[in-house]
Design a binder for this molecule. Sequence first.
Ligand code: GDP
Ligand code: MG
Length: 162
Amino acid sequence: NGDVVAIIGRANVGKSTLFNRIVQKRLAIVDDIPGVTRDRIYARVEWSGKSFYLVDTGGFPNDDEPLLDAVGRQIARAIEEANVIILVIDGREGILPQDEKIAEILRKSNRKVIVAVNKVDEPMHEHLIYDAYKLGFEDVVGVSAEHNRNISNLLDIVVAHV
Ligand code: GDP
Ligand code: MG
C-alpha cells in the first residue's frame, strides 16, 4: 500500500544511518509518489508481508534558515504526509530540549509515533532507553542503526501501524 513512514529527529541522532540500514537490500528507490514532495529521499520497504514508503526527512535545511526552523519545517511536512513517524533519539546524549520540542509537536499531531532510541550498540546499554519514555509515547525501542541491533523489532512495530 502507499503508507508513508517518516524518520524525524534533530541532527546527528542517526536518521540517515537508520534509513540506510532499513532500506539496505529491500530497496527500490522511488522517484514518483503522487502528492509527496521530491526534495527528500524515499524508498519502498517491504517487511512481514507489508510495504510502506520510508522517508529520511533530515539534512536539507536552507543555509539562511535557523536550525530550529529547519527542523520545524521538516516536522510539519512529516506530519502532513506520514501515517507513522519514527522519532529518532540519541540514546547516548539523552533527551535534549530540542527532542522535547519535537515530541511536543508530534503529540498534538494524532500520528502514530514510535520512538527509536538509537546508538544503543550493546545490550548493556539498554538502560539508555528509559529516559525516552518521558516523551509520552507508548512505543519506545532501543536500536543501533550502525550495528544492526533491534531493527527487526522496530520494523515489526512499524508494520503493525501501516
Ligand atoms: P542524522 O543527522 O540524524 O541523519 O545522523 P547520521 O545518520 O548522519 O549519523 C550521525 C552520526 O551518528 C554518524 O557519525 C553516525 O556514524 C553515527 N551513528 C549513527 N547510528 C549510530 C549507532 O547506531 N551507533 C553509534 N555508535 N553511532 C551511530
Ligand atoms: Mg541525515
